[in-house]
Design a protein around this ligand. Structure first.
Ligand code: MBD
Ligand code: FE
Length: 295
């Protein structure tokens, strides 16, 4: 049914012009988009405060949360993004950006959120090489991942596509979170040749907790939620003339596949690792093709 009009508990009359007055304070030099976004934000923030009869103490909890996230954030810790992630905002914005903007009927590879652990300038590696440092290679499930990058409309292979990949170590940490891992461990960039094919050795990833020793962890605790993500591998694909694809793939057998702390799993991004006998360097194989959309 329809929600009842919100009435406050004391029959207090809010000034009906207050929110509009705040919105109207925007000056003539603000761009139309800035004007639109801030007007919407102010309206929703004010409605939120009125509807919930937000108190000064409660608002201050939010202020402290933002300040704590800011203090904690640096090149290795992106707490602001993490907070957005556990509230589902990055997944929603990803959907809006890549889905609503697309006029495609047949689908290119689905997108998924970038997350806070992407690093620019991962090593450019030769096709077929390994992103796993020798030390860690002794403990994880070694995987040969391979496939072809195609134009989703024509099905033709894409030459010069860069497959930028990153994932966590078996201890559940990304390389920049872990002083014991070599720089850029479990990261690499691979460029396709004429046949559009790519392939590299990696590990079968494991489920792991997002960092929960900060404000995002406090929020999860207050909401009685766990911090776990299903096992996943991240990708950023770029190719000349094509729209970049930010995505992740998820291990069907992984715990938390139906209960991702950051709400990023999509059906078409769930994959099957298969036991692999043909290669002494791999325990599993993982075929996966990427389909890109031209501009
Ligand atoms: C991650 O590893 C991640 O991929 C996302 C999206 C959020 C937090 C941690
Ligand atoms: Fe991740």
């Amino acid at each position: 049914g329809t929600a009842p009009a919100v009435e406050n508990s004391k029959e207090h009359k809010f000034n009906p012009n207050f929110t509009q007055a705040v919105i109207n304070a925007t000056g003539p030099k603000a761009t139309p988009r800035v004007r639109q976004l801030t007007a919407g934000l102010i309206q929703h923030l004010h409605d939120f405060a009125r509807e919930n009869e937000l108190t000064v103490d409660e608002w201050m909890v939010g202020v402290e949360l933002m300040n704590a996230a800011g203090r904690m954030s640096d090149s290795k810790r992106n707490e602001g993004q993490l907070l957005c992630d556990i509230l589902g905002l990055e997944s929603l914005v990803d959907e809006i950006t890549y889905k609503l903007a697309s006029d495609a009927t047949d689908e290119p590879t689905a997108t998924a959120i970038l997350g806070p652990f992407y690093r620019h300038n991962a090593p450019e590696l030769a096709m077929g090489s390994c992103i796993v440092s020798d030390e860690i290679n002794k403990t994880g499930d070694r995987t040969w991942m391979y496939g072809i990058v195609t134009d989703f409309r024509t099905g033709k292979p894409i030459e010069g596509a860069v497959v930028d990949v990153w994932h966590t170590a078996p201890n559940g940490l990304y390389e920049q979170q872990d002083p014991d891992q070599p720089e850029f461990n479990l990261r690499g960039r691979f460029t396709t040749g004429k046949d559009g094919k790519y392939g590299f050795y990696c590990l079968r990833p494991v489920p792991y907790p997002i960092p929960y020793d900060g404000p995002a962890g406090d929020v999860l605790k207050a909401l009685d939620r766990h911090p776990m993500r299903p096992a996943h591998i991240h990708f950023l694909l770029k190719a000349p003339g094509y729209k970049p694809i930010v995505t992740q793939i998820f291990d069907r057998k992984s715990k938390y596949i139906d209960d991702d702390a950051v709400f990023a799993v999509k059906d078409t991004l769930i994959v099957d690792f298969k036991p692999y006998e043909g290669d002494p360097k791999a325990d599993f194989e993982l075929p996966y093709d990427f389909k890109m959309a031209s501009f």
